[in-house]
Write a protein that binds this ligand. Structure first.
Ligand code: SAH
Length: 348
């Protein structure tokens, strides 16, 4: 697909088709602006026919706006697969949360994205497409970007789709493209230590975010199967190395699950584990997933947990929950849409 290509790669593609090089600029411009092939006006019908099968087919098929202004978009790809992406509006700009896979195979118990396993990886250009489509929807283009920040925190495990996630980072921060600074991109992982090491070698300026969610391995294993492969210590050690190599502060996601990881002892253990690591902890009350019987905590308890962490010398905040009324947490809305699609087909 053409949105997978850098500008130079697109030039080679165009030449292979026997077209003059300048056509690459026109096609590239259309892609970066999030246009469909039909909407590009300076290409002839013949040229469009030649590139049609490779031109991105993705489109926004549904959108929802939450009472707090958060927007959720359902994006459909050429093969009919759908993912969701979320747009959060802050004072300093607009952050988009993109999906990196259709479904997920990590199996975290609290996460709706993983309920049906992994369907397929998204290509770099399909991850990029989410940014380009939403940027366009907001009236932006390549020069006047409406999206300032990206979090790779939607459905999927980005490091389980390593090459495409990396190429996405390169494409989206490319000066010739939409050119979003790597400093404004966060990649969130459940902790694939071998891949964290590979990522660090890339020397990107992105922020690494770790979904830790526990202070003891046995507790982590209860909710995150990946904990059978990598221990918390191995993850934190890889974070220390990542910081040493890149100088980028690490972010830790800690979702509070009632009775699993929210005790004072947990806070103390967490403080010990993270001692000396340049990091910030985002504490998030679990957004309960109907299909699982795990419960969140009251926001006031999340604040208490943060106070405890701060008293132990850590930097921590309670993350704003956004878009709760539109099934805000990872994968929830997509599951609802899929169910509706199925109900439509069965006539329910
Ligand atoms: N696979 C990556 C990115 C996707 S999940 C990762 O694990 O980091 C994005 C974040 O949302 C993770 O921190 C995940 O643990 C969290 N999350 C998923 N479901 C949630 C829920 N129901 N409530 C609160 N946070 C949730």
């Amino acid at each position: 697909m053409l949105s997978d290509l850098t500008f130079n790669e697109l030039q080679m593609y165009v030449e292979k088709l026997g077209l003059p090089k300048f056509r690459a600029s026109q096609v590239f411009d259309g892609i970066v602006k999030g246009k469909s092939l039909d909407e590009i006006t300076n290409l002839s019908k013949e040229i469009k026919e030649k590139i049609a099968q490779d031109y991105p087919q993705y489109k926004i098929i549904k959108e929802f706006t939450s009472n707090d202004g958060t927007q959720k978009f359902i994006i459909e790809f050429g093969d009919g697969k759908i993912v969701e992406c979320v747009l959060m509006k802050y004072k300093y700009g607009n952050t988009i949360c993109v999906s990196t896979q259709v479904g997920c195979r990590m199996g975290c118990k609290f996460c709706a994205s993983t309920l049906n396993g992994l369907e397929r990886n998204l290509s770099a250009g399909e991850i990029l497409g989410q940014v380009l489509l939403v940027n366009r929807k907001l009236g932006g283009n390549a020069k006047e970007r409406k999206i300032t920040n990206i979090v790779m925190m939607g459905s999927g495990e980005p490091l389980d789709n390593f090459d495409n996630a990396c190429k996405f980072i390169e494409l989206v921060s490319d000066e010739k493209g939409i050119n979003i600074s790597q400093r404004n991109i966060s990649l969130s992982t459940c902790g694939l230590v071998d891949k964290i090491k590979l990522l660090q070698e890339k020397q990107y300026n992105i922020t690494l975010t770790i979904s830790l969610h526990a202070s003891l391995d046995e507790k982590r294993r209860e909710v995150m199967p990946i904990a059978n492969k990598w221990s918390i210590k191995e993850i934190i050690d890889s974070c220390r190395e990542y910081f040493d190599k890149t100088g980028r502060r690490i972010y830790i996601e800690y979702t509070l699950i009632k009775g699993v990881n929210n005790s004072e002892e947990d806070a103390k253990r967490l403080a010990l584990l993270l001692k000396g690591l340049m990091c910030h902890i985002n504490v998030i009350p679990l957004n309960s997933v109907k299909e699982r019987n795990l419960l969140g905590v009251a926001r006031s308890d999340a604040y208490k947990f943060v106070e405890k962490l701060e008293s132990l010398g850590l930097s921590a905040t309670v993350r704003r929950t956004m878009g709760e009324d539109i099934e805000g947490a990872c994968g929830q809305l997509r599951n609802k849409i899929l169910k509706e699609k199925k109900d439509d087909r069965t006539g329910c």
